[in-house]
Design a protein around this ligand. Structure first.
Ligand code: TTP
Ligand code: MG
Length: 362
């Protein structure tokens, strides 16, 4: 059974891509700015708040955005930079709890129910995270604190930008009653329209004061929304049992090749192993963790299916080291006939890189 009073924080960076560009180019700070394609067929990824005042929105065709705001400055954006900032904020979140579920580059749920910080005050933890993010990245993040995921997500939007909004367990019922149904994550425009056609606009239109729902309404909801009706009713009662699912950090990347025909000379094995390197390099770069590399291993499977791995601590991937490991692996068989070769790279944990959290109690 879920814990009764959980403490969930939802964090969401404010106009993320645009905010990074404004930070790095102060001249853009106060003018309407969008990140996206600036050709006639382009689409806006996001825009800053001055641009939003003109009605510019994410996913809007650039042509439409320029109609609404002719002076709109549109920049192409730099995904590598956004990914780097994303890693920075995720590392900050992990200082407070290991239970962090990233939803996208700029958004995450944290379960701080058992956090020892700030005497367990999720509000103070959220405030401290917001300050740390601003101090270390120069960017603002909005936070929502609530007893469950969907309310925390809605809460983080309530005081955007640069805001914090808290829904305590005692406030849940009153908060939910007038909540527009389209604000519930998962209720898109189509579902909202179906509900509106049934005369349903707010949570209190679905559940009565006692939190119950009539059989007739239940039947119509099931008819219109199928199984989604069940979670909708729960949300209207302020209920969401979903747990925060921490992202399991990738601890290694590797590559291996099973050979069409067994080989038996060191030279052949070396050539094959080195041919795997470019693809492995690519995987290493894509993992975004090359700075955390701390282990290199060579794996060999012999024709009798015996598997051996030779590994060593190393912060670099280089041919000499690999050759050395391969030689060592081949000494483990008297007459080596090889059917599979692989290279494995291990990473140290991101948190080993992090500083300890300044521990303050108020
Ligand atoms: P969001 O968090 O949805 O938006 P945002 O951070 O720009 O603004 P807000 O202050 O309302 O949170 O998305 C995060 C980033 O994801 C956003 O900066 C750009 C990118 N994105 C797209 O590329 N396309 C889209 O349609 C959306 C919604 C976001
Ligand atoms: Mg955001």
């Amino acid at each position: 059974m879920p814990v009764v009073n959980r403490k969930i924080i939802h964090l969401d960076m404010d106009c993320f891509f645009a905010a990074v560009e404004m930070r790095d180019q102060p001249a853009w700070r106060d003018i309407p700015l969008a990140v996206g394609g600036n050709t006639s067929r382009g689409v806006i990824a996001t825009c800053n708040y001055p641009a939003r005042a003109f009605g510019v929105r994410s996913a809007m065709p650039t042509r439409e955005a320029l109609k609404r705001c002719p002076q709109l400055m549109i920049v192409k954006g730099n995904m590598a930079k956004y990914q780097a900032v994303s890693q920075q904020i995720q590392a900050i979140f992990h200082r407070y709890t290991p239970i962090v579920e990233p939803l996208s580059l700029d958004e995450a749920y944290l379960d701080v129910t058992d956090s020892p910080f700030f005497q367990g005050s999720a509000t103070l933890i959220a405030q401290d995270i917001r300050q740390a993010v601003f101090k270390e990245t120069g960017l603002t993040v909005s936070a929502g604190v609530a007893p469950n995921k969907f309310l925390a997500k809605i809460a983080s939007d309530e005081r955007k930008p640069d805001g914090l909004f808290v829904i305590t367990p005692a406030q849940v019922t009153d908060f939910v009653k007038p909540l527009p149904l389209r604000k519930i994550p998962g209720i898109g425009p189509k579902a909202a329209e179906k509900l509106a056609n049934l005369g349903l606009h707010q949570c209190q239109d679905i559940v009565a004061g006692n939190g119950e729902i009539s059989n007739t309404l239940l039947r119509s909801l099931l008819e219109q929304l199928g199984s989604q009706a069940v979670s909708l009713i729960e949300r209207c009662q302020g209920i969401d049992h979903r747990t925060v699912e921490p992202y399991r950090e990738r601890k290694s990347v590797g590559i291996e090749r099973t050979l069409a025909n067994d080989i038996n000379t060191y030279e052949e094995a070396e050539a094959i192993m080195l041919s795997l390197l470019p693809q492995l390099q690519q995987r290493l770069e894509r993992s975004g963790k090359s700075h955390l590399l701390n282990k290199v291993a060579v794996k060999v499977k012999f024709s009798d299916f015996r598997l051996t791995t030779v590994e060593t601590q190393s912060r670099h991937l280089d041919c000499c080291l690999l050759n050395h490991l391969l030689r060592e692996a081949l000494t483990r068989s008297e007459k080596p006939r090889i059917r599979l070769l692989g290279i494995q790279l291990g990473f140290k944990q991101e948190c080993e890189e992090q500083l300890a959290l300044p521990f303050i109690t108020i």
